[in-house]
Design a protein around this ligand. Structure first.
Ligand SMILES: Nc1ncnc2c1ncn2[C@@H]1O[C@H](COP(=O)(O)OP(=O)(O)O)[C@@H](O)[C@H]1O
Ligand SMILES: [Mg+2]
Length: 280
């Protein structure tokens, strides 16, 4: 098994009913160690189903999933769940404790972590998401972004190799979204943790190391954010949006302002326009 991969998904097929349509139809991809992989795709394209399989909440019907070289099977589910942490969309549905501390403790208790180590891990993971001062607070006093950061602390406390965010910022305001993404990014950069983020947030996608586009239960495209947004209208026809700078680059091209590429970074677009202008 390749040591540089945290997850390997091979020819994965899944459907919710025995004779139904395939929800995932021959999906193959890998998550590299330490990378931030964004997954985008229309509603119903199978993203959450994929996340649930990697986390062992659902089992593949065909094909295989390996997490750090260990194959997902009935007998390895608990081991896999320790290595893969998941943060869901709705901050209110994933709070299980009556206080922030209890909430982070929950997963550790389930894993039979000794009390002394548990207290240390709770402290450390809440520090990492900058929520330690809220240790004794009840969840209903927290903002959406703060709740998601506590959920992230709960995952971090288990020291996973992969964190899956399944539209974890979609219910947050721009400030909360930024806080959560920056928190996870700073943790991903320093540590060994890889991130698989299912998202509609274009700003987040442009900053990912790699992007996978899902369409009707299949991998439609895979590449760097630049590769992916070069697909332009093809993405739009799948119901996906393009970042503002990409749209602007394309419109300029149509109007006869020929740019070297569709820019993702506003600064680069401005630079190229300045260069073109100075030659006129
Ligand atoms: N628990 C379920 N039972 C039956 N069908 C489901 C269930 N969950 C999702 N589906 C169906 O599987 C397809 C993929 O759903 P999902 O993985 O949630 O997509 P996405 O996260 O990309 O929106 C959809 O057609 C959805 O209706
Ligand atoms: Mg989903």
């Amino acid at each position: 098994m390749d040591n540089n991969k945290v997850v390997t998904v091979k020819n994965l097929k899944y459907r919710y009913t025995p004779d139904g349509e395939w929800t995932l139809n021959d999906v193959t991809f890998q998550v590299n160690k330490g990378e931030w992989l964004a997954i985008v795709g229309h509603n119903g394209s199978g993203k959450s189903t994929l996340a649930k399989i990697i986390n062992g909440l659902l089992m593949p019907e065909e094909g295989s999933v390996f997490v750090e070289g260990k194959e997902l099977k009935e007998e390895s589910i608990w081991d896999i769940r320790k290595r893969v942490g998941m943060v869901f969309q709705n901050p209110d549905n994933q709070f299980v404790g009556t206080t922030v501390r209890d909430d982070v403790a929950f997963g550790l208790e389930n894993n039979g972590i000794p009390r002394e180590i548990m207290m240390k891990r709770i402290q450390e993971s809440l520090e990492k998401v900058r929520m330690s001062e809220f240790m004794n607070h009840e969840p209903h006093h927290l903002s959406g972004g703060q709740k998601q950061r506590v959920a992230i602390a709960g995952v971090l406390a288990l020291e996973p190799s992969l964190m899956i965010l399944d539209e974890a910022t979609s219910m947050l305001d721009p400030q909360g979204r930024k806080e959560v993404i920056e928190t996870v990014r700073s943790l991903q950069k320093v540590g060994q943790m890889s991130v698989l983020s299912i998202t509609h947030d274009l700003e987040e996608v442009t900053q990912a190391d790699r992007v996978i586009v899902m369409n009707q239960g299949q991998v439609f495209a895979e590449g760097t954010p630049e590769d992916i947004f070069e697909l332009g209208d093809k993405l739009v026809s799948l119901g996906l949006d393009l970042p503002f700078t990409v749209k602007l680059s394309q419109l300029l091209n149509k109007k006869g302002v020929h740019l070297s590429k569709s820019h993702l970074k506003q600064q680069e677009l401005v630079m190229e326009l300045c260069k073109l202008y100075s030659k006129m």
